[in-house]
Every structure is written in structure tokens, then in C-alpha cells.
Design a protein around this ligand. Structure first.
Ligand SMILES: Cc1cc2nc3c(=O)[nH]c(=O)nc-3n(C[C@H](O)[C@H](O)[C@H](O)COP(=O)(O)OP(=O)(O)OC[C@H]3O[C@@H](n4cnc5c(N)ncnc54)[C@H](O)[C@@H]3O)c2cc1C
Length: 404
């Protein structure tokens, strides 16, 4: 019998498994794909903006020092609205932090997480697929298929981190609300003639937001939102035409765009589970909340799920109590709810207000951006939202190890 079984070894599930390593719990991680194979959906070509708060969580887990050399820091953020006046700027020095955030390639993060998991404390069931779950009063039975062999595992707590289209969430009978943006994110690494100087850009356009995130080796990671019916056009362009189109959309703030790498597309929706808990199971990460990538909040929100759950599980170890107990999971849901609601509202409002060329709204946006730029309190609120430090601070989020 496991104490904790985690389904889904993407960035969120694997981070939780690493966080739980020091605890005296029998923990297993079930992941459908070996790390590094092309089908693995979590560790692909995308880059992730980790908030300052997430860097603290990884520090609390004891792995930030190892990740630090593979990330680029964000010192300055510039937010603008294409074709309209007004821009807002945020600075790490003004917020008294070493960086507003850090950019890391998801494969680099994944490699570190899986290296950390290879030390033996966590039972790795990889590759293996969960295809059914059943619950009784004191355990969850999890049906898996591994190398063509079918098996049933038992656990006191099941953590569901199998991503946006979570089949396990469905099997548990947890409904989710889905809302279409009719937008697709096109991602690629690009190079500009001017050095990035650790500046991230978020530029709102009528088709959706366009972000440039400073990356190692002087590159930028581009997340360029398109209307669904437009994206095929841009994907098909040859490199020179692609760079010309990007230049028109972004302008010359970084000089000329000189190079583009491989491109990939991600259809965007907002999907939110109506609740996080069913019996002895809890959903976290994208299985609970899949967001638009505007301002890069999705993984950061998932890592705060990880930090909260790890804190509560550390308490159960100290109290020698049941890790799947109803009161513990109810507490988890109560503690995470305000953060979930606030980030869903924040990202959804940004996308809907800014992907709109209705003139009065455009004027209000310009006024809003100028206000954020000029009023220190507003700027500070926005910076802290982006840095992921406005929420209740768990031990890991304070950069501390779990209680043991
Ligand atoms: C273009 C883009 C840019 C983004 N940029 C940012 C950013 O800058 N900052 C940020 O914070 N977030 C960002 N995000 C969001 C971030 O990528 C996600 O929040 C994060 O990947 C979610 O991780 P997860 O582990 O919850 O889910 P996933 O990454 O979907 O992982 C789920 C895992 O579960 C496994 N799995 C599925 N079903 C089963 C099964 N039945 N049995 C076993 N295993 C199973 C899958 O193989 C997979 O490994 C971005 C997203 C996109 C699309």
C-alpha cells in the first residue's frame, strides 16, 4: 500500500514527487512516457517563465542551486498595447528581489526533476498508464498498464496531475468548466540584433498577447498568440517572412529579429475543475486549472498547489495521521481556492479585455497601463501578482524545507 500515488509525471507531478522525497512516506509516481521521448507532452520545446515565488519553492525543495545555471533571469518587464498609447514597466530593483522571475526550457527543468527522482526514495512507475480508479473507505485502487501487464496498486492518497485533459479527473466524477478563447499560441526561440538585457516583453495585440522572454545564450523565447483561423498562415511562412511578420507586430524595441528556431502551436482554452477533491483523491496542476499562457501563470499556480500539499503532508507525517483523510483534503481545497480563483480571473480578464479593438476599451486600457506605470502602488500590486508572492506563503514558498 502506498501512502501517496501521483498520476502524471509532468512538471507539476514530478515537482511534487521531488518535494516529498525527504518525508517518511511511501510515494509512487506513475507517468505514461519515459523522460526524453518525443511523445512526452510536458517536456517539449516551450520555455517557462518561473515566477520569483516558484524559484523560492524550488529553493525550499533544495534544487534551485542546481537549476540556477540553466535559467535566465528577468530583471525588467515592459507591457504595451499594439497601436495604442501607454506602457507599463516593472523592475526587480524596485521590488527588492534578485529577479522578477526566471526563464527555463521545460526540457532543462524536466531533466533536473528526473535526475532528482533517480535517487531511489520515490517508486518510479514509468512508462505506465492509469486506466481506472476505484475508491473504498480506506484506500484508492489504481489500475495501471505497464509493458503490456495490467496491475492494481493501492494508495491512501491519490494525487491527480495528468494534465488538462485529465482522464483520471473524469473517472473520479469531477466535472470541469471549459471556455474557448479561439486562440492558439505559436512558440519559437528567436534572436534579436539587440541583446535582451534580461528584459521580458508582454505586448497585447488585437489577435491576443505576444510575449518575448529572455532566454540563455542571448535568445528570446517567443509566445505569440494568434486567432485560431490565422495560425496556420504564420506557421507555414518561411523564416524570412515569419521574421518580417513578427517585426511588424512587435516593432523595433529590440532591433531586428534575425533568426527563428523550430515552431510549435498550442490551442488555448480555460479549463477549471469544479472541485479539487473526491474521496481520497486530489487534482492539482493543469488537471485542476489550465490557463491561457498570458503573463505565464499556469505552472507557477501548479507549483503553489505542490507547495501547499507538501506542507500538509509533512504535518500528517509528524502527527502520524492518514495522508488521505477527508479533513486534510478539505483543508487543502479551502487553502488553494482563493489563489485559483484570483489567477483564473486575472488571466481571463487580461485576455478578454486586451484581445479587443473596441475603441472605448482601447482608451481605458491605455489609461490603465499608464496608471500602472505611474502609480507605484499599482505597479507594485501587478509585480507581486506576477512574482507569485501575494498568496499565503507555505514553508516551501518561503524557501524553507518541509517540517520533519
Ligand atoms: C505555450 C505555453 C506557454 C506556457 N508558458 C508558461 C509560463 O511561462 N509559465 C508558467 O507558469 N506556465 C506556462 N505554461 C503552462 C504550463 O506549461 C503548464 O501549466 C504545465 O505544463 C502543467 O503541468 P502539469 O504537470 O500539470 O500537466 P502536463 O504538463 O500536461 O503533464 C501531465 C502528465 O501526465 C501524464 N499522463 C497523462 N495521462 C496519464 C495517465 N493516464 N497515466 C499516466 N500518466 C499520464 C502525461 O504524459 C504528462 O507527462 C505555458 C503553457 C503553454 C501551452
Amino acid at each position: 500500500m502506498f501512502d501517496v500515488l501521483i498520476v502524471g509525471g509532468g512538471m507539476v507531478g514530478a515537482s511534487l514527487a521531488v518535494a516529498l522525497k525527504p518525508l517518511k512516506l511511501k510515494v509512487g509516481l506513475i507517468e505514461a512516457y519515459n523522460f526524453g521521448v518525443a511523445e512526452q507532452p510536458s517536456y517539449d520545446d516551450r520555455s517557462i517563465a518561473l515566477s520569483y515565488g516558484s524559484s523560492r519553492i524550488y529553493q525550499g525543495m533544495g534544487i534551485w542551486g542546481k537549476l540556477r545555471s540553466g535559467v535566465e533571469s528577468i530583471q525588467h518587464i515592459h507591457v504595451s498595447d499594439r497601436g495604442h498609447f501607454g506602457a507599463a514597466r516593472m523592475e526587480a530593483t524596485e521590488e527588492n528581489v534578485p529577479a522578477l522571475g526566471y526563464v527555463v526550457e521545460s526540457r532543462v527543468l524536466g531533466k533536473l526533476l528526473y535526475d532528482e527522482l533517480a535517487t531511489g526514495e520515490i517508486a518510479l512507475l514509468v512508462p505506465a498508464k492509469v486506466y481506472g480508479v476505484e475508491q473504498s473507505a480506506d484506500s484508492v485502487q489504481v489500475q495501471i498498464e505497464r509493458n503490456g501487464v495490467v496491475d492494481t496498486l493501492q494508495t491512501r492518497l491519490l494525487v491527480v496531475s495528468d494534465g488538462r485533459d485529465s482522464s483520471v479527473r473524469e473517472a473520479l466524477g469531477i466535472d470541469s468548466i471549459r471556455s474557448e478563447y479561439h486562440q492558439t499560441a505559436l512558440i519559437a526561440n528567436v534572436t534579436t540584433s539587440e541583446p535582451h538585457r534580461n528584459t521580458a516583453y508582454e505586448r497585447f495585440t488585437a489577435n491576443g498577447p505576444l510575449a518575448l522572454l529572455p532566454l540563455t545564450e542571448g535568445r528570446y523565447s517567443l509566445v505569440w498568440t494568434h486567432r485560431d483561423d490565422e495560425v496556420a498562415n504564420t506557421l507555414q511562412l518561411d523564416d524570412a517572412d515569419f521574421l518580417r511578420k513578427l517585426q511588424l507586430e512587435f516593432g523595433y524595441r529590440q532591433g531586428a529579429f534575425t533568426k527563428v528556431g523550430q515552431r510549435a502551436a498550442y490551442p488555448l482554452v480555460l479549463q477549471k475543475a469544479v472541485k479539487e477533491v473526491a474521496g481520497r483523491a486530489v487534482v492539482i496542476g493543469n488537471a485542476s486549472h489550465a490557463l491561457h499562457p498570458v503573463t505565464g501563470q499556469g505552472l507557477n499556480l501548479g507549483l503553489r498547489d505542490v507547495a501547499q500539499l507538501a506542507d500538509l503532508l509533512a504535518e500528517t507525517v509528524l502527527a502520524n495521521s492518514d495522508p488521505g483523510a477527508a479533513d486534510l483534503l478539505a483543508r487543502y481545497q479551502r487553502l488553494r481556492e482563493p489563489d485559483h480563483q484570483s489567477v483564473v480571473r486575472y488571466t481571463d480578464t487580461l485576455v478578454r479585455v486586451f484581445s479587443n479593438d473596441f475603441a472605448p476599451l482601447a482608451h481605458a486600457r491605455a489609461a490603465g497601463l499608464m496608471a500602472v506605470d505611474r502609480i507605484a502602488l499599482l505597479r507594485h500590486w501587478n509585480a507581486r501578482q506576477g512574482m507569485g508572492v501575494r498568496q499565503r506563503q507555505t514553508r516551501l514558498a518561503r524557501g524553507l524545507g518541509l517540517k520533519q
